[in-house]
Design a protein around this ligand. Structure first.
Ligand code: UDP
Ligand code: MG
Length: 319
């Protein structure tokens, strides 16, 4: 059991969340105040909002909240970098500012904020990573539900065992934040990282609510990007499959070749194989392009890492 009462930081990524952010901060302070009164966290616990280049009034609201309460801190990106980068920035910033543990939660409070108490209880039991697992996906569209399910199943098949139905709602300890520092990669796939790093990990179940206001900030393309990054960051299984598949295909080609030569020279009935030729050409052409595509994804990953551009650029910071 940990004995010292922790200072908690709550990181909230916000992209065009002018309709949510104020209420969210108020609700999160209700949780913080209740935990402070139960002596579960210190009263210097704070909220850190990352404005991911919003085009609406989100940043003005954050500034006002900071002016009336210094325990609301935050930063603004110069442009929209996406939710993963916003989360990373939040985690890196609270590591600099200081805290004993940090919870990340969405700005629309779809995740039940009162589960934070359970997160803290698990933290006190000396867990370094506490993953929030949603009880159901009732609030998601059929499409999102099935694509998410497919993603988790594919990841598991590829050897990355991220728990099903875990979104980016989790608590991590200071120690985990320090370990993250050792990972220099720019395209950080947080869900894969917490599985890979192997610190004491547990889960907490929570209920999902409807989005408080506004619409989902994720497009199909950004979800696809996240999924592909997840795969190429944490598994080289697709590359291995390409190699193994290529080997068997070459073997097959060799055997078919042998058979054709045998027929030509010994049986003298070289078949009229037009259909076979076309079918094989299309099939192998398709397979080759698909494999090239897989390899291309990894080269793209390498390309972006090698250029080593900054993960994000902060415009303003309120500490
Ligand atoms: N978000 C972000 N940058 C983006 C897209 C989303 O910071 O480019 C934030 C958004 O403000 C919210 C969280 O990521 O706090 C989750 O987004 P959303 O609720 O729209 O996703 P959904 O719940 O539909 O998966
Ligand atoms: Mg949401």
């Amino acid at each position: 059991m940990r004995s010292e009462i922790p200072q908690l930081a709550i990181v909230v990524p916000c992209y065009n969340e002018e309709l949510c952010v104020k209420t969210t901060v108020e609700k999160l302070f209700e949780v913080i105040n209740s935990l402070v009164s139960k002596n579960k966290i210190l009263d210097n616990s704070y909220i850190y909002l990352v404005d991911d280049g919003s085009k609406d009034k989100t940043w003005n609201i954050i500034q006002n909240l900071h002016n009336s309460n210094p325990n609301v801190k935050g930063t603004k990106f110069i442009r929209n970098y996406g939710n993963q980068k916003a989360l990373m920035a939040g985690l890196e910033s609270v590591r600099e500012i200081g805290c004993d543990c940090v919870v990340t939660i969405d700005a629309d409070l779809q995740q039940d904020e009162w589960a934070i108490e359970k997160f803290i209880d698990k933290y006190m039991e000396e867990y370094d990573v506490v993953l929030g697992i949603r009880n159901n996906r009732k609030t998601d569209s059929f499409f999102k539900r099935t694509s998410a399910e497919m993603f988790y199943k594919t990841m598991n098949l590829l050897g990355v065992h991220i728990p099903m139905n875990h979104s980016d709602y989790r608590l991590i300890s200071r120690r985990t934040l320090e370990v993250m520092k050792l990972y220099p990669e720019k395209l950080f796939f947080l869900r894969g990282f917490f599985y890979e790093v192997g610190l004491p990990t547990t889960t907490v179940n929570f209920d999902v609510k409807e989005r408080m206001a506004g619409a989902s900030k994720f497009s199909f393309a950004s979800l696809m990007g996240l999924a592909l990054n997840g795969i190429t960051s944490y598994s080289i299984m697709p590359l291995r499959c390409v190699a193994v598949g290529g080997f068997f295909m070459a073997l097959f080609g060799f055997l078919v070749g042998l058979e054709t030569v045998f027929e030509k020279f010994f049986l003298h009935n070289s078949p009229n194989g037009w259909t076979t030729t076309i079918v094989l050409m299309c099939m192998f052409g398709g397979i080759q392009l698909f494999c090239l595509g897989i390899i291309g994804e990894y080269i793209g990953q390498l390309y972006r890492e090698v250029k080593s551009r900054p993960r994000y650029i902060k415009d303003i910071e309120l500490k």
